[in-house]
Design a binder for this molecule. Structure first.
Ligand SMILES: Nc1ncnc2c1ncn2[C@@H]1O[C@H](COP(=O)(O)OP(=O)(O)OP(=O)(O)O)[C@@H](O)[C@H]1O
Ligand SMILES: [Mg+2]
Length: 351
């Protein structure tokens, strides 16, 4: 079966600034897809192109087998929820939600039914007559979502939907968006620069850099097999070493002269990274690890469930994340420690 959304060679520049550069992507019907990347990489622009709010320089957009490249936004059956919510301040919750239906000339009775239903779905009962200034951030967020969903779009586009919320509310809204997505089965694209949010919410992650897709896969694929330094850095790999496979076997020799054991030999890779939580501090059984180094404690920071240890390994800073339970006898500054990790945790990367 053909994919539901086809984005073909999308190009967009503002003056000399190439914002999208040969952006190619297909999305399956019902998928929840995250556009992830640093500020300015083109995420919002890509979303606006799908919505038709920005014109393309080159490329093609197909939704449900229909080429919509030249179709105006109001005929596309996509709806976009903006980061700022963009609620009308002088209208009640109900009127905000009903505004689009009115514009589309939906008969009053049908509109009332649809509004009524979505108010339950978005858990807005009892708030119907409030004005936006009388709502909390999370409630306003739900109104913005309801206003988009009531239009029965085929594609829901969300631009940083959770970025204005506090940590607890963000967590709740993540669950809410997932539940909504599951019950409605809507094809959804959302933009975020938060890797955690992308990992927990999305079926697929599209990682962007400078207007290009640098990796595209399930959260698990992207997290466990980052292809390049950029992807690794963005998905919380730390402790990067440059070097190469100059010796025999699977030993990666770093520019500092450290010998790091890997599971494979891949001479196209010139970098290794190790996640802080994969490094074991003072293992009781160091002989079980192919990588084991002496280091010195520089700094520790308590973070609740874990302690971050900054250590010096032969002149290099290494970040290690230690579970608090395994941290019994105090890691004093300048004390000697052993850092160890398994070969499969040496992540080989393109630079
Ligand atoms: N209308 C415009 N005119 C000129 N330049 C623009 C316009 N819209 C976006 N840009 C530029 O395009 C680039 C990408 O912008 P975009 O809003 O897509 O980034 P983003 O990935 O959504 O970033 P953020 O995470 O900060 O929201 C930026 O350099 C931005 O300054
Ligand atoms: Mg943006």
């Amino acid at each position: 079966m053909a994919p539901y959304i086809v984005l073909e060679n999308l190009n967009k520049a503002y003056g000399a600034n190439k914002v999208l550069d040969g952006f190619d992507l297909t999305i399956e019907k019902g998928d929840l897809v995250a556009f992830l990347g640093p500020s300015g990489c083109g995420k919002t622009t890509a979303l606006r192109l799908i919505a038709g709010l920005v014109s393309l320089d080159q490329g093609r957009i197909i939704i449900g087998g229909r080429d919509i490249t030249a179709i105006p936004p109001n005929k596309r059956n996509t709806t976009m929820v903006f980061q700022s919510y963009a609620l009308f301040p002088h209208m009640t919750v109900t009127d905000n939600i009903g505004f689009g239906l009115k514009m589309h000339g939906i008969p009053k009775e049908e509109a009332a039914q649809r509004i009524n239903k979505i108010i339950d779905t978005a858990r807005l009962r009892a708030l119907e007559n409030r004005f936006p200034r009388q709502l909390s951030g999370g409630q306003a967020q739900r109104v913005a979502l309801a206003r988009a969903l009531v239009m029965n779009p085929e594609v829901l586009l969300l631009d940083e939907p959770l970025s204005n919320l506090d940590a607890k509310l963000r967590h709740e809204m993540r669950v809410e968006i997932r539940l909504l997505h599951e019950s409605l089965g809507l094809t959804t694209v959302f933009v975020t620069h938060d890797q955690d949010e992308a990992l927990t919410l999305a079926d697929r992650i599209v990682l962007m850099h400078n207007g290009k897709i640098v990796q595209n896969g399930s959260p698990r694929e992207v997290f466990e097999n980052p292809r390049s330094y950029f992807v690794a850095d963005f998905t919380a790999v730390r402790n990067f070493f440059t070097g190469g496979f100059s010796e025999n076997g699977n030993v990666f020799v770093t520019s500092e002269g450290l010998r790091i054991d890997c599971t494979i030999r891949d001479e196209t890779k010139t970098m290794v990274g190790i996640r802080p939580n994969k490094i074991v501090l003072n293992p009781p059984n160091p002989e079980n690890f192919r990588n084991s180094f002496k280091a010195v404690v520089r700094l520790t920071s308590y973070r609740g469930n874990v302690i971050d240890v900054l250590a010096d390994l032969g002149g290099r800073e290494i970040t290690v994340e230690v579970p608090v339970v395994s941290y019994n006898d105090g890691l004093k500054r300048s004390s000697e420690i052993t850092l160890a990790w398994h070969s499969q945790d040496s992540i080989l990367l393109e630079q």
